[in-house]
Design a protein around this ligand. Structure first.
Ligand code: NAD
Length: 340
């Protein structure tokens, strides 16, 4: 495998499927996209034409049956992930799967057991770990640059809410949006969260509330190593995508700011201003999507562990369930209460 080009099949040609297919097709010479499948045959065909992928399929099972394909990238909607992981593992394919693995812990466990049984690799799409800013903050914590960590703050606000149809199938704000921040919290501090306490509301769009979801939340985190953290989420920030973190430690703090399309400052008689931050995840995290895929290809080709494994996919789902329970029951919830 070491010297061979990895043949990959992409399942799902939507927003994120096209991003991963583009990285594999044009930016990672060690891999090739042999086929892309989508139930929407037009979407598969368009992606295949744009990205020079030889096969556009409407049934992902053709990818699983193709003996030339060694790995799959699962970018179908979340409710399909765990079943696709099980099928892909049974077919002997290495697997990259988008977040979240599933909303249901029993289904996640079944999927992870199938991966273990098949002896294939699994990587979950928590791309933010590979963002240059967040990776540097992690390094400051891991290498003791800021001393023993004490406080963590994550600000994660979207420029605007997704369509209502997406909200309805997303699993809710904690499963869909905060899930990235739950992963970031574990990653930055390098310890597990034991307890969460949520305050949340609908402040952006009443229709989101009518769909049973929330659009604004603060989740307080208590880590096993004593660190206290906050996650601040809103589905709308009028100035754009707001993605910042800060860790305070005994020897100092490490904080990252937003990324901007340029560094120009306009100075006038009444105010000094600049352009808005990069608008949403496709722009803000573009590099991290490429890096995570490069590392997946490398893990498979060089038979190394993937950088974000199955349990890294499972923990944030436990945290999301606890955060929702805390909101519903107006009290702090220990993770152990929702796991097992
Ligand atoms: N890591 C990230 O930052 C990030 C960003 C966006 C989406 N995601 C995740 O990626 C997944 C897809 O999200 P999206 O925004 O690309 O959605 P999307 O709706 O744009 O794309 C999903 C695609 O899957 C196709 N599909 C549905 N059933 C299928 C099947 N059985 N076989 C093959 N294709 C099928 C749909 O036709 C659609 O084209 C979700 O789980 C989401 O949580 C992750």
């Amino acid at each position: 495998m070491k010297n061979k080009i990895l043949q990959v099949g992409v399942i799902g040609a939507g927003r994120i499927g096209k991003i991963h297919a583009r990285s594999l097709a044009f930016l990672i010479p060690e891999a090739q996209v042999a086929a892309i499948a989508d139930v929407d045959a037009g979407a598969a065909r368009e992606a295949a034409e744009a990205l020079r992928i030889p096969k556009a399929l409407s049934d992902y099972r053709e990818i699983l049956a193709d003996r030339q394909i060694q790995a799959v990238v699962i970018c179908a909607p979340t409710p399909l992930h765990s079943a696709l992981i099980e099928e892909a593992a049974a077919a002997g394919k290495h697997i990259f799967c988008e977040k979240p693995v599933d909303f249901d812990l029993a289904r996640i466990d079944a999927a992870l057991a199938a991966v273990k049984k098949a002896g294939v690799k699994l990587q979950i799409g928590f791309n933010r770990r590979f963002d240059a800013n967040f990776a540097r903050v992690r390094r400051a914590v891991a290498e003791g640059e800021i001393g023993q960590p004490q406080l963590l703050h994550i600000v994660s606000r979207d420029p605007g809410p997704p369509p209502l149809s997406y909200v309805k199938s997303s699993g809710g704000i904690f499963m869909d949006m905060t899930i990235h921040d739950f992963d970031m919290a574990r990653f930055l501090i390098g310890a597990e969260v034991e307890e969460v306490y949520t305050q949340a509301a609908v402040t952006v769009d009443p229709a989101i509330g009518q769909a049973g979801d929330l659009d604004t939340a603060v989740v307080l985190l208590k880590f096993a190593n004593g660190v206290i953290g906050t996650i601040d989420n809103c589905r709308q920030a009028v100035y754009g995508y707001d993605q910042r973190v800060e860790v305070l430690g005994k020897k100092g703090a490490a904080a990252s700011q937003n990324n901007y399309p340029n560094s120009v400052v306009f100075s006038g008689g009444e105010a000094i201003r600049r352009d808005l931050p990069l608008n949403f995840f496709l722009e803000r995290y573009a590099e991290s999507f490429v890096t995570e895929m490069k590392l997946f290809v490398e893990a498979v080709r060089q038979d190394k562990p993937t950088p974000v494994g199955g349990l890294d996919g499972r923990h944030p789902v436990v945290m999301a369930r606890a955060a929702r329970k805390s909101y519903d029951e107006h009290r702090p919830v220990r993770l152990a209460e929702v796991d097992g």
